[in-house]
Ligand binder design. Structure first.
Ligand code: CDT
Length: 308
């Protein structure tokens, strides 16, 4: 029997402050690439919006200022050294960044093969937060203002010897995200996140933010028989704390490996892809057990319709 596996290096990044420039961040990422190579990794997963501070926390009136956080091409001058070093080391990587494209502003993730070629792109679909300025809040969450809803769906790719897909941060909280990829046979979902420790909508303790993060990853993994790899941007960015908890979750739903710090940290794990099969063949054999004739509301309806 074949033993397919991807040796994943989940590359958590510590805080990136407003004053940090992209080249300093790329240097930190290159250090993580080299550590991944020493650990015999195949594929390095970097966080959401990995090149800058989590800028949706700031209200900006001037669109030129907003656009300064976006990349108009990839690779570009700042990220070319990352692509070059990954290629030299023979590593693939996943990178989240703000993309300014002819068709809009997107919160984007790309998948790059061992030869430095972009082989997959995903644009975030579930944009959290608000679009109006809320000066009374301790900080903003303006993803709905600065980004357009992703327009590429949830594709998966045959790459690194398996079937892989991507989503971004808030997407992980929605079961539909994982199920759409599960229906394409996904064996590994990669995602990056910036999750503030403080909830600006209703008060809750920090431990519950971590619990809901891990619960979402673990449910998505188990219910679709897939590995899930989640890389945080963590720690205090200019006083605004983001949770850590970068994790590699097995198709059993169990956490296989997890970051310990809120700093730059690499978590490496050999992910056997055949471990997905028991779940895909049995309890979550979609072909045998799903009943889509009873799931119409999932796609026909967005909000809740209560009974009369
Ligand atoms: N980046 C991102 O999507 N963060 C959200 C914060 C939710 S609170 C508005 C998350 O789901 O973690």
């Amino acid at each position: 029997m074949s033993e397919r596996s991807i040796r994943i290096a989940c590359a958590q990044l510590g805080p990136i402050h407003l004053a940090d420039d992209r080249s300093a961040v790329v240097e930190r990422m290159i250090a993580l690439l080299r550590e991944a190579k020493r650990s015999d990794g195949d594929l390095v997963v970097f966080p959401e919006l990995a090149l800058t501070t989590f800028f949706p926390r700031y209200f900006m009136k001037d669109q030129n200022e907003v656009d300064g956080f976006f990349e108009t091409e990839m690779p570009n001058d700042a990220t070319a050294p990352l692509f070059a070093e990954a290629k030299r080391l023979g590593l693939g990587f996943h990178l989240g960044y703000a993309e300014l494209a002819p068709d809009g502003h997107f919160n984007t993730a790309i998948l790059v093969d061992r030869g430095g070629r972009i082989i997959g792109k995903y644009r975030k679909i579930h944009l959290p937060g608000h679009s109006d300025h809320r000066p009374e809040a301790p900080f903003q969450h303006l993803e709905k203002r600065y980004f357009d809803v992703g327009n590429l769906g949830f594709p998966v790719w045959r790459a690194f010897g398996g079937i892989v897909g991507m989503c971004i941060c808030n997407d992980r909280r929605w079961p539909e995200t994982f199920r759409v990829m599960g229906l394409q046979g996904v064996e590994m979902v990669m995602l990056g996140y910036n999750t503030p420790e403080h909830n600006i909508y209703h008060d809750e303790p920090a431990h519950r933010r971590m619990f809901h993060h891990l619960l979402s990853l673990q449910a998505g993994a188990y219910q679709n028989g897939t590995w899930v790899v989640a890389a945080a941007k963590a720690g205090s960015e200019d006083g605004h704390v983001l949770i850590g908890g970068s994790a590699i979750v097995a198709p059993t739903g169990e956490i296989a490996a997890r970051a310990q710090s809120a700093e730059d940290e690499l978590v490496v794990y050999e992910c056997g892809l055949d471990a997905c099969s028991d779940f895909k063949r049995n309890v979550f054999n979609f072909d045998k057990h799903r009943r889509p004739e009873h799931y119409g509301r999932i796609v026909e309806q967005t909000g809740v319709i209560e009974p009369d």
